[in-house]
Design a protein around this ligand. Structure first.
Ligand code: SDX
Length: 457
């Protein structure tokens, strides 16, 4: 099935699409223009619906809502395909590198050698952070979750780089983009070192992006640290897999924050905060914790049962996806990378990998998961891989944030440059009290109060 044949919904494309849809409400009929993209479902343009009909549309999880038009990334959820500026993720992961992917996402084309080397030089020479930023870390408890540090320190970047916060200046937007991509690994490594009580390790200009990150995380001042090129390649590939993913929750957060004119560093900090959630970027940490809780293969049926039990809040972490109703193409590459890393490290008997693979096998044969089209997503194998690489589980989502920074920035830039873009301001379906008059406190009664009117016990 080719990409052009598979809208990621079941809505079948007829051979002759109408130029407009017609909505009939009572005696009135409203025309909704149909807009076609290059791939995927068409959209019904409802920008004038409220003005013409006095009604809103309602879509709390945005399951049927396109918030923007974009050229950056496309997901074919039915076919399980992911394209960055048209290039399939498996080809980029196999043949490219993360900085090349950053260039592609930011500027729309794969660079030639001259442009790549210029870009790599710019990123490399922005990897240091202002020396005073070190002081932010000492304000955190040593056991602070590193994502709390990332939210705080990345947001504080806007206090240091006033020369790249004018969002209307394309040169400043570009400088801020390069600074974000360059400094996120440094800040992430500092958060890790702070947590384990070791000194910060400065970036090195003689190492490539992923090797530099590993060096900053695992080197110590008192001994040389040689980065294993196989492991550096694995980290680079993990960064490629996580770089962008259409209008996911954290990217939509960055776009919404940016639509108010907030500076790029503050917008990325907002994206980091959203990514932290276990339903989103926090799932890699949650998936590893889940595998550790399951512990052994014989306990899998108990957890499969819990995952299917509506009265139990337990979900299989690393399973399911809003868009993919097929195997997440990133999960396939992630699984291969997991085996490669474990083999390189000589980890033959990783019990959690056995649990993960058996859990995947059982789930993919289970009627519940088949019917609901629940497949492993990128987070299912990433936790085992990252733990094998030596990262603590609290750092897994931080690595996701490092990799996703380029996607957030590319989408933020596209939003700023989009002539159609205005401040995002959704409306609502109001179901609260009708207008009522103020009563003096002594005349009030709590009879008939709803339970929510008192603090929970
Ligand atoms: C990421 O958006 C992106 O692109 C995100 C991401 C990216 O790169 O940015 O891909 C990264 O966030 C991947 C997803 C990581 N999260 C998890 O692995 C957490 C576990 N997954 C679920 O929480 C869930 O699948 C979501 C949040 C990922 C998707 O939720 P949806 O689309 O709102 O789907 P849903 O919750 O409405 O589920 C549909 C049905 C429900 O059953 P019914 O109410 O129809 O009976 O499937 C069930 C759910 O109960 N279901 C699960 C399940 N996921 C969905 N049941 C058990 N285990 C699960 N993991």
């Amino acid at each position: 099935m080719s990409l052009t044949d598979s809208p990621d919904t079941d809505a079948q494309m007829t051979t002759k699409e109408p130029e407009a849809a017609r909505l009939t409400i009572g005696e009135s009929e409203y025309e909704l223009p149909v807009r076609k993209g290059t791939l995927g479902p068409d959209v019904l343009d409802i920008t004038r619906l409220y003005r013409n009909s006095g009604r809103f549309t309602y879509d709390p999880g945005y399951t049927s809502t396109a918030s923007c038009s974009s050229k950056v990334t496309f997901i074919d959820g039915k076919a399980g395909k992911l394209l960055y500026r048209g290039y399939p993720i498996d080809q980029l992961a196999e043949n490219g590198n993360y900085l090349e992917t950053c260039y592609l996402l930011l500027y729309g084309e794969l660079p030639d050698r001259k442009h790549f080397e210029e870009f790599e030089h710019r990123v490399t020479h922005h990897t240091m952070v202002h020396e005073q930023m070190n002081r932010f870390f000492t304000g955190f408890r040593r056991d602070a979750h590193p994502m709390s540090i990332m939210v705080g320190v990345v947001g504080a970047l806007s206090a240091f780089y006033h020369d790249s916060t004018d969002i209307h200046d394309p040169v400043q937007r570009d400088v801020a983009s390069v600074r974000m991509i360059a400094k996120m690994p440094t800040i992430a490594a500092m958060a890790h070192k702070y947590a384990i009580g070791q000194p910060f390790i400065y970036p090195r200009n003689d190492l490539d992006y992923a090797a530099n990150f590993l060096h900053m995380c695992f080197a110590v001042p008192c001994a040389p640290y040689n980065v294993d090129p196989v492991l550096a390649r694995a980290v680079d590939r993990i960064f490629i897999l996580h770089a962008d993913h259409e209008q996911n929750a954290s990217t939509s957060t960055v776009r919404l924050a940016g639509s108010s004119g907030a500076n790029p560093f503050a917008c990325i900090a907002a994206g980091i905060a959203c990514l932290w959630g276990p339903s989103h970027g926090g799932a890699n940490e949650a998936a590893l914790n889940m595998l550790e809780e399951i512990g052994t293969v014989d306990r899998i049926p108990e957890y499969i049962k819990r995952a299917k039990d509506k009265s139990d809040p337990f979900r299989l972490m690393g399973f399911g996806h809003r868009v993919y109703k097929n195997y997440d193409p990133r999960a396939k590459v992630m699984r291969e990378t997991c085996h490669e890393v474990l083999d390189t490290l000589g980890v033959k008997e990783e019990p959690l990998l056995k649990v993960a693979m058996e859990l995947e096998r059982i789930a993919l044969e289970d009627e519940y998961f088949i019917e609901k089209k629940l497949y492993p997503n990128i987070d299912f194998y990433s936790g085992i891989t990252l733990r094998a690489l030596g990262f603590p589980s609290e750092l897994f989502t931080v690595l996701f944030a490092v990799a996703r920074t380029v996607g957030w920035i590319a989408q933020w830039k596209e939003m700023i440059e989009d002539p159609e873009q205005r401040i995002g301001r959704p409306r609502q379906l109001y179901i609260g009290p009708k207008e009522r008059d103020y009563l003096p406190m002594d005349q009030r009664t709590t009879e008939g109060w709803p339970a929510a009117a008192s603090p929970p016990k």
